[in-house]
Design a protein around this ligand. Structure first.
Ligand SMILES: *[C@@H]1O[C@H](CO)[C@@H](O)[C@H](O)[C@H]1NC(C)=O
Ligand SMILES: *[C@@H]1O[C@H](CO)[C@@H](O)[C@H](O)[C@H]1NC(C)=O
Ligand SMILES: *[C@@H]1O[C@H](CO)[C@@H](O)[C@H](O)[C@H]1NC(C)=O
Ligand SMILES: *[C@@H]1O[C@H](CO)[C@@H](O)[C@H](O)[C@H]1NC(C)=O
Length: 410
């Protein structure tokens, strides 16, 4: 049995290692703005730094022989050939807007279909934003028509209007958002001990009135609500409650475990969908709602804790809407996975420390839309238009993949 086959195989291996160059990972032609990152090229590095020097947090991972500039020059990083189907033959990437230091491009990126606008919010609790206790993080919007007009320009700063929608404690430190029956529902983190976190509906048109749907769990304040999503099967609202308000000094000590909740807004029932997280953060569902993806950003809680997750977990959503089969879907390579969304084919996108990472449904990293800086969140408009929030920079990418939505809530 130890036959000719295996001898031939060994011989072939020897021959190829002597004569042949490693086959390219990607054989198809690349779009102008794409480049291949060959993972085999850094499996063995000349020097591997200890955790004190390389801790996966502070600087984007720079593969061997790349530089910060070369990574940004062609921002579609192809880790696997399947990524070419995601980005299509002619992806575009544009910096739409930037600020000197106020992180107004933070999270809660949500598409308002009727006006083709994208809403997003300022960072709650960042010192450079001055938000948290005295001032709520603000809500902003842009017109996607304006964004689309500059999509072939790499740097369009100044060409797109960023409009403030409302800056008030009626939506106290907003952080997550989703469509809600033609309006927008926001998860807000609260402020101080007397303004509790809320789920609030915002009218996306003037006068931008709001209606609070939930502000407590049987009389107890939530910690600091972070993100939410609607399951397309049961239309329940699932939301995460980490304790970043406390980490960022604008909320008191947490009074509940950091968990994922489920809210049925027809009956008022609030239940726990999952616990066992350090910092449950982004949440989304696969098309059709069979799977839930929840990020845990526990690596950043009170400073950097490298033994904690910077991971995406997948749950099966049972017919009755409960979560089961918790599975580690991905552990991200650069800082933490914050916002998470699926495309219409069930690929999973996460906003991470160097851009948007794209995984296939098996958790294989296909590629990155590289920003070279923290991209806490992002969102699709119906077709492949993607707005990415990078704290002090706002990005716009157009790709072949399409977003996934709960149609009747658009
Ligand atoms: C990196 O660059 C060096 C110097 O040009 C070259 O010898 C080496 O093969 C390159 N390594 C990879 C993985 O491309
Ligand atoms: C992480 O590593 C970077 C250098 O790459 C260093 O500047 C930073 O202080 C480190 N952070 C921690 C918390 O060790
Ligand atoms: C909030 O306002 C109070 C009173 O105006 C001021 O003393 C305090 O420094 C402010 N805190 C922050 C974090 O800006
Ligand atoms: C805003 O006010 C309008 C008019 O009264 C109402 O129809 C709408 O439901 C309100 N929206 C919210 C989110 O309160």
């Amino acid at each position: 049995m130890a036959s000719i086959c295996s001898i031939a195989a060994v011989a072939a291996l020897l021959t190829s290692s002597v004569t042949a160059v490693a086959p390219p990972v990607v054989k198809r032609a690349l779009p102008d703005l794409a480049q291949v990152i060959d993972q085999k090229a850094f499996n063995v590095l000349p020097k591997v730094l200890p955790a004190d020097d390389f801790n996966g947090s502070s600087s984007p991972w720079t593969p061997l022989n790349f530089t910060a500039d070369s990574l940004k020059e062609k921002p579609f990083h192809v880790y696997d050939e399947e990524f070419l189907d995601i980005i299509g033959p002619n992806p575009t990437f544009t910096i739409l807007a930037q600020t000197a230091k106020d992180p107004i491009f933070h999270e809660a990126v949500v598409w308002y279909k009727k006006k083709d606008e994208m809403f997003f919010v300022q960072n709650a609790g960042a010192p450079d934003a001055g938000t948290g206790l005295n001032k709520s993080a603000a809500i902003y919007k842009i017109s996607l028509k304006e964004a689309d007009a500059v999509k072939n320009t790499r740097n369009a700063v100044g060409k797109v209007t960023v409009t403030e929608v409302k800056a008030s404690f009626e939506v106290p430190n907003p952080n997550g958002a989703y469509q809600y029956k033609g309006q927008i529902i926001i998860a807000a983190s609260g402020s101080g001990p007397n303004i509790p976190p809320v789920l609030t509906v915002l009218n996306p048109e003037p006068p931008y009135n709001t209606t609070v749907l939930l502000n407590n769990f049987f009389g107890r304040q939530f910690n600091s609500l972070n993100d939410l999503s609607v399951n397309p099967r049961n239309l329940d609202i699932y939301f995460t409650d980490p304790s970043y308000g406390k980490s960022n000094n604008f909320r008191p000590a947490p009074g509940l475990p950091t968990q994922v909740y489920r809210f049925n807004d027809r009956t008022g029932a609030v239940t726990v969908a999952a616990d066992g997280f350090i910092m449950p953060n982004g949440i989304t569902f696969s098309p059709g709602g069979k799977y839930a993806y929840v990020t845990d950003t526990g690596m950043w809680r009170n400073g950097l804790e490298l033994l904690n997750p910077s991971s995406i977990y997948r749950f099966t959503v049972a017919e009755d809407g409960t979560f089961e089969n918790r599975k580690t879907f991905a552990f991200t390579d650069t800082n933490i996975p914050d916002g998470v969304h699926c495309d219409s084919k069930g690929n999973v996108y996460a906003g991470v420390g160097d851009g948007v990472h794209v995984y296939n449904p098996s958790g294989k990293l296909l590629g990155k839309i590289y920003t070279g800086r923290t991209a806490a969140n992002f969102q699709f408009a119906s077709d492949g238009r993607v707005v990415i929030t990078g704290q002090t920079q706002l990005f716009y990418a157009t790709i072949a993949a399409k977003g996934d939505f709960v149609e009747k809530y658009l």
